[in-house]
Design a protein around this ligand. Structure first.
Ligand code: F6R
Length: 244
């Protein structure tokens, strides 16, 4: 595990964007695993900036997103499909046909999970997986559980996650309770994993996930076993690690 410590969110975002852009420059046909949530927004913004300067070309890149809320479609402003267009895809020259995200409108969970697993298989291994970190240690929407789940699955969001996500909705009753998410095996098979974490509210879980035992109760802890995992975090998120 490598740790890149940043003084603040802007620096963290630039460092993560540096790693992603190096990946795309070295392999223009890269498969990028992408995350939503507030933390990666700065990195996406930086990549759009470099694209506008002519420094990166996304035309041959393929992407696969971690997760989507069940019940929300791409035209819903709270959906992750919409998020990706607003924060990244519409700002670069990526071919939308090469972008993949679970279909939140598919009511047949088995069918959707099988479909997404076959999309993942058809893309081959993810070259670089970008992750955020949930306050309860989730990655994608792999929530704390008794065991790790391998492939794409339907997950019930924990009360912590529903609470954390309510800021994007008018009312907590509107926050979806279920999501489709890539599994732990899909994430662990990525050639390289980069996680962005920012803020004091994540300090405790950063310490538990990366300096505590590997356990499905803290899903991100499995990344300690990944051969090429880089944590890009700001000082506040690393504050408890530094103290110890
Ligand atoms: C989103 C995702 C989640 C978020 C996590 C952190 O696609 O997979 O695991 O990365 O909930 O979210 P933020 O960055 O909003 O704190």
């Amino acid at each position: 595990m490598k740790i890149i410590e940043s003084p603040d969110y802007a620096h963290m975002s630039r460092k993560a964007a540096n790693i992603i852009s190096a990946q795309v420059i070295l392999k223009p046909t890269s498969v990028l695993g992408l995350a939503t949530g507030s933390t990666p927004i700065g990195a996406y913004r930086q990549l759009i900036g470099w694209y506008n300067k002519g420094d990166i070309d996304f035309s041959a890149v393929r992407t696969v997103n971690l997760d989507e809320y069940v019940g929300l479609g791409p035209s819903d402003e709270q959906s992750y499909a919409h998020f990706m267009r607003v924060h990244f895809f519409d700002g670069v020259n990526i071919d939308l046909k090469n972008t993949h995200i679970p279909n939140g409108l598919e009511p047949d969970a088995r069918a959707e999970c099988q479909r997404y697993d076959s999309v993942l298989r058809s893309l081959g291994r993810i070259d670089l997986q970008l992750l955020g970190l949930g306050h309860n240690g989730h990655i994608g929407f792999n929530e704390p559980a008794d065991c790790f789940t391998k492939g794409t699955h339907l997950t019930e969001l924990s009360s912590t996650t529903v609470e954390a996500n309510r800021r994007f909705f008018e009312d907590v009753s509107q926050v979806p309770r279920f999501a489709y998410t890539m599994g732990i095996c899909d994430i662990m098979q990525a050639r390289r994993v980069v996680m962005v974490v920012s803020g004091a509210s994540k300090a405790r879980i950063v310490r538990d996930a990366f300096f505590g035992p590997v356990t499905p109760r803290v899903p991100a802890s499995i990344l300690q076993l990944h051969r090429d995992f880089t944590l890009v975090a700001d000082r506040e998120a690393l504050s408890l690690v530094e103290r110890e």
